[in-house]
Design a protein around this ligand. Structure first.
Ligand code: GLP
Length: 248
């Protein structure tokens, strides 16, 4: 079952999510064999969550020393030095500012020579560490979770995916509005990777542009036509939205 929590602004919503994650980390008793495992997204929605988590870290309220992270996805063909790669984003917006150990950070390699092997290894590594205590994600305007586009099966695992035209268009805002510059393929964890390995899934839904897909996520028939509808099958999924996404 998915629960919806609405906040007036995305900043308030992001503060709630960051504090919730910090509390979840603080309550967890990690051991060397069982660290805290956190799934993370990119995009504009998580930015204020990362900013608040950094603030909490700097105030001494949370430490990431015993946290292992896995990112959801990465564009194919972009080197980590490209400022639109998800690798670059994660270090710039989050990892460079906290006490996480580099060896505990996992991000799919968009430059891997053998994508199939890269995805298989990544899925194996996730299964080794599973369960995620929290998997935080965003949602694309077409209902994609990570880069699981329409047609992605409920049983999908980490793999190479072709991006839909609507996703290329939505993400072109980060590539000087040029459709040509947006990579056409990406590596992404699957729906099963997220839903079958997470104790809690938190999805951020901010802004007017997400109103329609939020409604569909909650009310449309559960099917791969709108992958975000699968979230309703998870027993502990929280959709956190702002007023704009809720009321359109
Ligand atoms: C990209 C990412 C998704 C993310 C989505 C929404 O396509 N691959 O993981 O959820 O964008 O991003 P935003 O939060 O910027 O709307």
């Amino acid at each position: 079952m998915a629960k919806l929590i609405e906040y007036q602004t995305k900043e308030e919503a992001a503060n709630f999510v960051a504090e919730h994650i910090a509390e979840s980390i603080n309550q967890f008793a990690p051991t060397e064999k069982k660290p805290y495992v956190l799934g993370l997204p990119t995009g504009s929605s998580p930015e204020p969550v990362y900013a608040k988590l950094i603030e909490l870290y700097k105030a001494g309220k949370v430490s990431f020393e015993n946290v292992v992270t896995f990112n959801m996805d990465e564009y194919c063909g972009l080197p980590p030095t490209n400022d639109q790669s998800y690798f670059f984003f994660m270090y710039e917006k989050f990892f460079n500012h906290i006490d996480i150990k580099k060896e505990n950070i996992h991000i799919l390699n968009g430059l891997a020579e053998d994508y199939k092997n890269e995805c298989e290894q990544y899925e194996q590594e996730i299964l080794k560490y599973a369960p995620f205590q929290v998997f935080m994600g965003g949602i694309g305007p077409n209902g994609h979770i990570a880069f699981n586009e329409a047609g992605s099966s409920r049983n999908s695992i980490t793999r190479k995916v072709k991006l839909q035209d609507s996703t290329i268009k939505a993400n072109s805002r980060f590539f000087s509005n040029s459709l040509e510059k947006v990579p056409k393929y990406a590596l992404s964890v699957g729906i099963s990777t997220v839903l079958d390995n997470s104790k809690e899934v938190i999805i951020l839904v901010f802004g007017k542009a997400k109103h329609e897909i939020l409604q569909k996520t909650l009310e449309a028939p559960i099917s791969s036509t709108i992958p975000s509808t699968f979230l309703r099958e998870h027993n502990n999924c929280l959709l956190v939205c702002d007023n704009d996404a809720a009321s359109g």
